[in-house]
Design a protein around this ligand. Structure first.
Ligand code: NDP
Length: 442
């Protein structure tokens, strides 16, 4: 690995990279199939990723013709790594087994360990024989849509592909490692003005928010739309807020502390609700929805911007979903991609049908959407929301912080990068967005 790192840092040529020896094993963050029942009977909040995420050597798999090896400089924590580490809602080994049954190449994924991680920035080391657009030495970021392009269902919107998966969550060989195995159709150019760790945190959350807010597959926001953003300084919320601001929308941002509200003010957000201070109780003590609290939220939103939201960016799930469906404007859209607080959701259908509202389910992004979202990062129009950086050895601690919601924005993880601050090649563009790059930094 040292040879690879030396090559990256000395700006070696494509030919030099192509001749580097690929190591037979590499350092990777993984969970073990033998431990998938370790949390039986333990409450979710007490399941500790520091105990289930291991860092150790794993064997390098053979490269399929449509894949590349990426030397990973940095990666990030996504909530899906938390889900994997607490084996909720189900163990990811079932997904690896199902993938393993699809083809000879896919069988490599079905292992007694799962290398996790759905983001990466780094350098292409080797390309498979069918790869045409990328070469060794290319600096890349990786998006996490894993699709089989021989499947006809993948050729309209690839997120509708029958066997669409999330790389590093429903596949093996993910990004929280020194080396990753990536399909060539998941590569994107690394934004030149960003460090490795800044470049590594965007693809999953940024692309997800792009699809939800901007894309015609999502809410397709127009200028002037009022958008209620839950978790507005969290991983996806922080990008969603930027898309609303950039696109001429009016964000109404919900967070749970004055510190998070202060970040939003730096970003230029005017309308902020501190849900902890407001102390909403959308359910009564018997777990029954309390419509008066939905009304109170609606009144608070009107008090801030004078209108009901055209769009609600929904992901907390059970705890907020009924309220989101209630407060969205007549004819408005709730777009949802998650259910952090619980999957079984309820809402009052009368306010849905009689007010002609729409509900859109959304999941990650297709290649085109991810590419457009990456392009906006590369142009300095959307910014990474990196708050902290951990070494790979401390991935468990980083995941623990996300699990317990004591982080802001995104947490980066250094893999091969020996320190923070490396990898910038466009210093001129960087200087123009220097302030924005500090919004979330602790
Ligand atoms: P984060 O933990 O970074 O942010 C989530 C935010 O949601 C928190 O900052 C918190 O903000 C808010 N939140 C948490 N619980 C509640 C609650 N009960 N009520 C109201 N707000 C709450 O996670 P991400 O943003 O990275 O991901 C959010 C969810 O989206 C996860 O479940 C994740 O798995 C999912 N996801 C789905 C994707 C997809 O493609 N389908 C892609 C990416 C993420 P605060 O406390 O400040 O209010």
């Amino acid at each position: 690995m040292q040879q690879i790192l030396d090559g990256i840092q000395s700006g070696a040529s494509s030919d030099d990279f192509a001749h580097l020896t690929i190591p037979e094993s590499y350092r990777a963050v993984h969970v073990l199939k033998s431990e998938q029942d370790m949390w039986a009977g333990v409450a979710s909040k007490d399941k500790d990723p520091r105990k289930s995420l291991h860092v150790g050597e794993v064997s390098t798999p053979e490269l399929a013709p449509d894949e590349v090896y990426v030397a990973v400089m940095a990666s990030s924590i996504n909530f899906n790594t938390v889900w994997t580490s607490i084996f909720e809602p189900i163990s990811t080994f079932g997904a690896l087994a199902r993938l393993g049954r699809e083809s000879t190449w896919a069988a490599r994924h079905d292992l007694p360990y799962h290398v996790v991680g759905s983001d990466a920035s780094g350098v292409v080391l080797r390309v498979g024989s069918a790869v045409r657009n990328w070469k060794p030495g290319d600096r890349v970021t990786v998006h996490c849509n894993h699709v089989d392009d021989q499947d006809p269902s993948a050729h309209d919107d690839s997120m509708l592909a029958a066997n669409q998966r999330i790389w590093g969550y429903e596949t093996n060989f993910g990004g929280l490692a020194d080396l990753a195995v990536v399909k060539a159709n998941a590569l994107m150019p690394k934004p030149a003005h960003l460090t490795w760790e800044e470049a590594a945190v965007n693809a999953l959350c940024n692309s997800t928010s792009y699809r939800m807010i901007v894309s015609s597959n999502g809410a397709n926001m127009k200028q002037g739309d009022v958008v209620l953003v839950w978790g507005a300084t969290g991983g996806i919320g922080a990008y969603a807020t930027q898309y609303v601001l950039n696109g001429g929308g009016i964000p109404v941002c919900v967070v749970s502390s004055p510190d998070k509200a202060a970040i939003l003010r730096k970003m230029g957000v005017e309308h902020i609700i501190d849900r902890a201070a407001a102390d909403y109780h959308f359910f009564d003590e018997n777990g029954v929805h309390d419509e008066t609290e939905w009304r109170r939220l609606g009144k608070d939103i009107r008090g801030l911007c004078g209108e009901d939201p055209d769009i609600v960016f929904e992901h907390p799930g059970r705890s907020t979903f009924g309220a989101s469906m209630y407060v969205v404007k007549r004819g408005g859209t709730v777009v949802t991609c998650a259910a952090t607080s619980g999957f079984m959701m309820e809402f009052d259908n009368r306010f849905f049908w009689m007010r002609l509202k729409r509900l859109i389910g959304s999941h990650f992004a297709n290649y085109k959407e991810a590419w457009e979202a990456n392009r906006l990062i590369s142009k300095g129009m959307i910014h990474p929301v990196l708050s902290q950086v951990f070494p790979l050895e401390q991935t468990g601690e980083a995941a623990y912080q996300v699990h317990h919601n004591v982080h802001e924005g995104k947490i980066g993880v250094l893999a091969l990068a020996p320190s923070e601050g490396l990898g910038v090649t466009d210093h001129e563009l960087r200087a123009t967005v220097a302030d924005q790059l500090t919004w979330f930094r602790r």
